[in-house]
Design a protein around this ligand. Structure first.
Ligand SMILES: Nc1ncnc2c1ncn2[C@@H]1O[C@H](COP(=O)(O)OP(=O)(O)OP(=O)(O)O)[C@@H](O)[C@H]1O
Ligand SMILES: O=P(O)(O)OC[C@H]1O[C@H](OP(=O)(O)OP(=O)(O)O)[C@H](O)[C@@H]1O
Ligand SMILES: O=C(O)c1cccnc1
Length: 490
């Protein structure tokens, strides 16, 4: 079982309107109709070519503990409407008190590469419960997927070299720091400076020292020597407090001292200035002084673009400390994931599809109970086919882009195929054996490697084919026409 991040019920971690709708469904006897919702996003973050799904483990945590306890209900009883009378009547609290997640949930595994409009999570549950989950599921999946994606991009730029997540001080609050560290690890960061994330989640923790250490002594050689004395088995000297190359010389002196005492200098850290020039000079100096194995850690407002540029300039940095721009997804602080109703049972228990129209074609929802098949050939992925399980087996010949139906991808029987949404909860029982965080991280890497480099590239990536099978495409078009009061042309 995964370590628990959230302890206790967080049933009130939802928007008020979910509870007022829930109350309405209960009052109007619609609460128990089964409904299917999909969680998906419409646009890839960072103008990138892919996203990395994350946050499912947190969602499982949430569902496992989902219940309204006495304190929650007492609080809800204090809420008033505009006539100053209670918002909810007493009987509703008895109903909420016994409420548990009793539905089905399917999701893509954390570390799976995902694309717009395909469900990351699918919930089929009594309408009231499924509705209540909208806000928490979006809260948990959106942020984690965003940060895992940012991390994957940064790690991609680092070309397999170690990335350390240093973002806690700039993260969006306590939870942003904690679940951000978790998502960054899934995306590929090798360690975090966040010690609580180490304790709760088992993520490796790493760190160097701050400028304040050197400033506290005022004298850099003395500061390094004292640090080596105090902590001989963890010495990465920060060399840029006064004069960087002079700092490297002082680190070399401290390294020699360490060696004489039977220890090893791990490396140095550069945190300002021209990192390409300074790292090359530092590398030359360390090598000449007999420290070819000393690592050079680079930090200072790094992101995937600066790292890529430094690599192109031949920077000799071997470990990348990345804080603010990773932990906050600096250039795009939110993933626009949504959670939409796609099918609901009628009074007779028959399933009916539902659609939400939009002026923008791409924003019109995809109805049905969706599943995704990912096709590949010789280990390379080819395209993702979405189909509606309510319409039966998919038509596997062609993937139709719903935004531009002229764009189609042909499939062949020779291709391998996998189903992306996996069973996580069945009738309230968790049936999923959660992988470890390390396994999720490995999944991100093996998954990404299956995509063509043109999909992975950071700038102007190639669009990966994701679309509908013919049956779903036709049904959606029929529903769009019907909802607009038009006859279908075809
Ligand atoms: N050779 C380089 N090519 C491209 N970007 C670089 C290079 N060297 C450093 N950078 C980046 O340029 C930015 C420089 O930041 P900034 O001008 O704030 O100064 P700094 O050198 O970090 O100094 P300080 O921390 O003292 O303000 C950082 O994002 C850093 O990662
Ligand atoms: O730059 P980031 O990617 O966020 O990485 C973390 C930063 O945090 C620390 O310094 P801090 O930002 O506290 O101060 P400084 O940059 O002014 O030294 C560290 O020295 C890094 O520069
Ligand atoms: O350990 C470090 O070097 C570190 C930790 C947090 C932020 N900046 C640097």
């Amino acid at each position: 079982m995964l370590p628990t991040v959230y302890r206790g019920s967080l049933a009130l971690l939802t928007d008020l309107y979910q509870l007022t709708m829930a109350y309405g469904y209960w009052k109007r006897r619609r609460a128990d109709r089964l409904a299917t919702f999909h969680l998906f996003f419409r646009k890839l973050p960072f103008e990138g070519g892919y996203a990395v799904a994350a946050g499912l483990g947190l969602a499982i945590d949430y569902l496992r503990q989902f219940r309204f306890d006495d304190e929650d209900l007492s609080y809800l009883a204090t809420l008033r409407g505009n006539d100053d009378r209670p918002l909810f009547e007493e009987g509703f609290f008895d109903y909420l008190a016994q409420l548990r997640f009793n539905g089905d949930l399917e999701a893509v595994a954390e570390g799976t590469v995902v694309f717009p409009n395909q469900p990351l999570v699918r919930v089929t549950a009594p309408l009231l419960v499924a509705q209540l989950l909208e806000t928490p599921l979006l809260n948990l999946i959106n942020f984690s997927t965003l940060i895992a994606t940012k991390s994957a991009r940064i790690c991609q730029a680092a070309q397999g070299e170690s990335v350390l997540e240093f973002g806690l001080r700039r993260a969006q609050g306590i939870d942003g720091g904690l679940t951000g560290a978790r998502a960054a690890f899934i995306g590929g960061a090798g360690a975090t400076s966040n010690v609580l994330a180490g304790k709760i989640l088992g993520i490796p923790v790493r760190g160097t020292h701050a400028h304040s250490w050197v400033m506290a002594y005022g004298d850099e050689p003395q500061a390094f020597a004292e640090y080596a004395e105090a902590m001989p088995n963890n010495c990465v000297f920060l060399v840029d407090t006064y004069d960087t190359l002079e700092g490297v010389r002082h680190a070399i002196e401290a390294g020699k001292e360490l060696r004489q005492r039977g220890h090893k200098m791990v490396g140095i850290r550069l945190d300002s200035g021209d990192l390409a020039y300074l790292s090359s000079e530092a590398r030359r100096m360390l090598d000449e002084a007999g420290f070819p194995e000393a690592a050079i850690v680079g930090s200072s407002d790094l992101d995937e673009y600066v790292i890529q540029s430094l690599k192109q300039q031949g920077a000799k940095i071997s470990v990348w400390g990345v804080g603010t721009r990773l932990a906050t997804a600096y250039d795009q602080p939110a993933l626009g994931g949504v959670y939409k109703l796609a099918a609901i049972q009628n009074e007779q228990g028959e399933w009916e599809r539902r659609i939400k129209l939009s002026e923008q074609r791409i924003k019109t929802t995809i109805p049905g109970r969706l599943q995704v098949k990912r096709y590949s050939r010789d280990g390379r992925v080819v395209g993702d086919l979405m189909y509606d399980e309510l319409l039966g087996e998919p038509n596997e010949k062609v993937i139709i882009d719903p935004a531009d139906p002229a764009r189609r991808k042909k499939l062949s029987a020779a291709m391998e195929c996998e189903t992306l949404l996996q069973p996580i909860v069945r009738q309230g029982e968790i049936v999923y054996q959660s992988p470890t965080l390390a396994e999720m991280q490995a999944r991100t890497q093996t998954e990404l490697a299956r995509f063509h480099p043109s999909v992975r590239r950071l700038l102007n990536p190639h669009g990966y084919p994701v679309g509908l099978d013919r049956k779903l495409y036709r049904e959606r078009e029929r529903m769009i026409q019907a909802a607009r009061g038009l006859e279908q042309e075809d």
